[in-house]
Design a protein. Sequence first.
Lengths: 449, 60
Amino acid sequence: MAKGKILVIDDEQSQLELLELFLTRKGYQVRCSATAEEGLRFDRAFEPDVVILDIHLPDKDGLEVLQELKKKNPRSNTIMITAYHDMETTVKAMRLGACEYITKPIDVDELEKAVTRAFRLSAQDRRPDSGGHPTTPKGPIIGNSRAMKEIFKAVGMLCENRVTVLIEGETGTGKELIAKAIHDFSPNRDHPFLAINCSALVETLLESELFGHEKGAFTGAHVTKKGKFELAGQGTIFLDEVGEIPLEVQAKLLRFLQEREFQRVGGETTLKASARVIAATNRDLWEMVNRGAFREDLYYRLSVARIHIPPLRERSEDIRLLTEYLLKKINAELGKNIRKIEEKAMLRMIEYRWPGNVRQLENVLTRAAIATHGEVMPEDAVLPFLGREMAHGTKVDQPPLSLQEVEKEHILKTLNHTGWHITNTARILGISRPTLRLKMKDYKLLPKP
Amino acid sequence: MEARQYLTLKEVRRRHILITLVRTGWDVKTASALLKVTERYLAKEIKKLGLQNPEAWKRG
């Protein structure tokens, strides 16, 4: 018996055949179509559970087709395929009700996973129908790495509801941009987005910033002031560096998240507010919970949904794309006309560890742009800003090391750091002690006598 | 989650493979020669580590 019905709409004949073959073998009942018009006709007659839809079709925009599909058959789930990948299209597609998104060239494992998930969703039929209103693209979030695509998907789903989100990521990874994107794509985008940095204010001031204060609540409180939660209305409050909130204020925040109630500082009346909360941290909050520096109940309240933004060094594949975008921006700001970055400079940047992440990349490019005369940014302009912290001491001009050499060098470096303490070294490296011993033997790593 | 000085072995391997791929323009054959591993092994690692050539779509 067939597992379920899938309709594939794709104008590329070879791809269509490949998908048909693959899905038929997996036991699905498959119908194919090369145009939007035909696809929509099939959709009516065939009543598929899942539609796989290419975003580029000869006769119609894929997003429009998606909208029509959803209107006619809200129960079916759609997987979008595209050659492009950008935040805007993904978020649009997710908002219009696509449940999955895969990119060309199609990876069959990825496809199969997406199909399985789509069927699970249609079985549960729990997707609320999202009213497809047009979106205003915002937030220059750039990335084509797998990790970033997952983040785009998450943004697309989270903008539809109002759950509390915790965004984790090192400093400079763009936590606020993601929070802003969730807000800007939400139905409440016309309400305020208020960001507050919890580490920048002393305790009493933070409390009054968040919840407001009554006249005379403390010295200097000459007038009654509304807090951010009141001011945000139906909008979004972005709590940056939420780990820095003192314990007393944490209790108040918890109450707000649980009951949607609070009192102004020095106030008696209980007020209500419905702002959405998005929190961000560059610290390990869970570790803070274990130390007793952060309330466990608040941690769970905040992390209903979590987004982890990887550090730039874990997505070096995005650096080319990022520099292209940033350079355009910097050119406009500085009135320069730099069109290209010398390949050697690019390699340096790809290998650099970027402790300050994308923000640091932008700073370095700006400073290098100032030092550049002409249309090509040379290696010399970039190098002074990269410090000594190159990847593993490799020189761009030298042939790259083999995987084993790099492994060996790193183990040695870590051993020297811990004073050849096996347990600590294994812990840092994230491997077991026996594995470490084995590798030390293989690489002939012995402590100096 | 501040940038740590010392990375895990897995992170170092991932980074090095990624950097080599980026340098070779995602030519698995050349990259595997530089890394001194077999093409098959590298292809498997690429998949396992979830690495992808972000420029791939440009070639269609």
